[in-house]
Design a protein around this ligand. Structure first.
Ligand code: PEP
Ligand code: MG
Length: 325
């Protein structure tokens, strides 16, 4: 399948209507980096840093992490890599962390909540990232931000660490981008000042969908119960895109749906212009985007919604079947 899309590797994901969509890849291991060239991704839109913590029997040391992040940046050869800070708790439990006996871990003490309450590990990780990015751009995003105040606090920790490095006379990153993952519905309703403050927003669709429909993403019984193309969810994605557009805040989508061609198409129709997905999905998603007129798809979605459809999937499939492929 990879070879089928090889001819698209160097071509942009530009739709028939002229809309350009940036294609990035998700990664989490050094071994993923060769796919950056192989897939034609423009960068790493989500580097899940927790895998390095999950693979060890003890907390990794700052030096080890800095060396690893530096190798990741070397392999990216100047392409942007967005490092997501440690996202533990819920489904990701560190072997050396005291188990938290929580009745509902997905909504419990996880991700940025742990980072803010016990800042030692988060600070160490941020220091490692700053060192690794010395003399080059640094992009960091914080997972599972539910409120603006959490983002402000985490951002402040990062800026303080950069200031500390500066005072110590170390070489600093040439630029620093600090973003937030939108994975809880509440953040979509944060004040305008949040969207002005953050350098970018990345929708973590796996968690966002879980909390939007209150359906556990780990529970086989309910995880496929609600459709990403449900009118209510697509409307919500459209609201987020509109809020980001008001403040010119760059927006991306990095959940699994970005790598599902039909879902990706609908996300783009709702206003997304950057998608990040597993490398193998880039070819199929790009292939489809290049074939269609997104403005026309948006009308199909709007018409289905106005006609009272619950999900736009049948209308979209019917429209797609009529497209010259
Ligand atoms: C998400 O929630 O969509 C996401 C990208 O993060 P993870 O799947 O690692 O929770
Ligand atoms: Mg998530």
């Amino acid at each position: 399948a990879q070879s089928r899309y090889a001819s698209l590797r160097e071509l942009p994901a530009t739709a028939a209507c002229g809309t350009r969509v940036a294609m990035h890849m998700n990664a989490g291991l050094m071994a993923d980096l060769p796919s950056l060239a192989g897939s034609g991704a423009e960068g790493v839109g989500l580097f899940r840093t927790e895998l390095q913590f999950l693979l060890r029997s003890r907390v990794p040391r700052r030096g080890e992490l800095a060396a690893l992040y530096s190798r990741v940046l070397d392999s990216a050869k100047g392409k942007r890599v967005v490092f997501r800070t440690l996202d533990i708790g819920s489904d990701k439990v560190l072997p050396y962390m005291k188990p938290q006996d929580e009745p509902n871990p997905a909504m419990g003490w996880r991700a940025i909540r742990v980072g803010l309450d016990k800042p030692g590990v988060m600070r160490m990780q941020l220091q490692a990232l700053i060192r690794a990015a010395a003399g080059r751009p640094l992009s960091v995003m914080f997972p599972f931000v539910a409120q603006m105040s959490e983002f402000e606090a985490a951002r402040r920790v990062l800026l303080n660490e950069i200031e500390r490095e500066r005072r110590a006379g170390h070489v600093l990153p040439t630029s620093t981008e600090i973003g937030a993952m939108l994975e809880t519905p509440s953040l979509a309703f944060a004040p305008r000042s949040f969207f002005e403050l953050t350098d970018f927003v990345s929708i973590g669709g796996n968690d966002l969908k879980q909390f939007f429909f209150a359906a556990d993403r780990e529970n086989e019984r309910v995880r496929r119960r609600y459709d990403t193309l449900d009118v209510s969810f697509l409307d919500f994605i459209g609201t987020i895109a509109d809020r980001c557009a008001e403040t010119n805040t760059p927006l991306s989508f990095c959940g699994e749906d970005a790598g599902r061609p039909i879902e990706a198409l609908c996300l783009v129709a709702m206003g997304l212009r950057t998608l990040s997905m597993r490398p193998a999905s880039i070819g199929p998603v790009k292939h489809l985007i290049r074939k269609v007129n997104l403005a026309e798809l948006r009308s199909v979605i709007d018409e289905a919604r106005e006609a009272g459809a619950l999900t736009v999937r049948p209308a979209v499939m019917e429209w797609l079947a009529r497209q010259p492929m």
